[in-house]
Ligand binder design. Structure first.
Ligand SMILES: [Zn+2]
Length: 287
């Protein structure tokens, strides 16, 4: 097996596009620094709503295949070569929004056996031996079944790997500090008349917003803002970008954050807010 770089980062996401929206600047920064960045996406987002009318006919497996192509383009924009679908493409399908009959599809990720799915992810953990894991909080950031399940599977996989060969030193959840979200939406309301979007979302539409004091880490991705925007644009079925804003299929404008925020939930906390996910990790010792 080829030797991996000293620093290794693993991100676990529910659908293609979540990685670019939440962590695009972080992924581009660490890839540029020579960190081995691994993305595991749990479904192909087969039940996502399609924005471009000319692609509106895509659904199910055809949409999943198309979104895999978008993910591939997004990873090229971020400089990421190691991206995988949990258990292989098509192993788990999108569960749709909470409360829909889609949630009962036996092949969907919401119906997956958590231990079995976590076992598949633990194999990746033992292979890559990341010092840092990034995923969502226990509400999946905003309550989507696949995001909640991605959280459960990621946290369980960390436990399984810890008892079978590799303990991940630091685990983070994606966050946005409330003060940053509120200031960004204030700016958005001022800018809205000049934007190609008719209406704005609200702070409550942003996943992972928490009081500022819960934020342990801020990754300034300003120098990678263009790569993040390019990665988000690659997900054209899901996202329309007009920097520094974007819309999802609900067509409600929201801020595109180029500083990305995290809450450390496992691992040693610093006295002050970290500016590096690998802070405190002694590279070399941990490999
Ligand atoms: Zn998602």
């Amino acid at each position: 097996m080829t030797e991996l770089p000293d620093r290794r980062l693993l991100l676990v996401h529910a659908h293609p596009d979540d990685e670019s929206i939440n962590n695009g600047a972080t992924m581009a920064r660490y890839a540029a620094e020579g960190v081995h960045v691994t993305l595991v996406t749990c479904t192909l987002g087969e039940r996502g709503e399609v924005i471009p009318p000319e692609l509106g006919h895509l659904n199910g497996a055809a949409l999943g295949g198309h979104r895999l192509g978008e993910l591939t383009d997004a990873m090229r924009a971020l400089g990421i070569t190691d991206f995988r679908l949990l258990g292989g493409a098509g192993r788990y399908c999108d569960s749709g929004m909470m409360g829909l009959a889609d949630n009962d599809d036996p092949g969907c990720f919401w119906q997956a056996d958590v231990d079995q799915a976590a076992g598949l992810l633990a194999e990746v953990v033992r292979e890559v031996r990341p010092q840092v894991l990034v995923t969502y909080d226990d509400n999946g950031g905003y309550g989507h079944p696949d995001h909640i399940q991605a959280h459960r599977v990621a946290m369980r996989a960390a436990d399984l790997a810890a008892s079978s060969g590799w303990e991940i030193p630091k685990v983070y959840w994606n966050r946005v500090p409330r003060s940053v979200a509120e200031a960004s939406f204030k700016r958005l309301h001022d800018d809205l008349p000049g934007l190609p979007f008719a209406a704005a979302a609200t702070v409550d539409d942003v996943p992972g917003v928490v009081p500022d004091e819960r934020i342990t880490t801020a990754i300034d991705g300003t120098t990678h803002a263009a790569a993040k925007a390019a990665a988000m644009r690659a997900h054209a079925t899901q996202i329309t970008v007009a920097e520094p804003y974007f819309v999802l299929s609900n067509e409600l404008a929201q801020p595109l954050f180029t500083t990305e925020y995290y809450e450390l939930v496992r691992g040693e906390r610093s006295e002050t807010r970290e500016s590096d996910l690998f802070a405190g990790i002694t590279v070399g010792d941990a490999s």
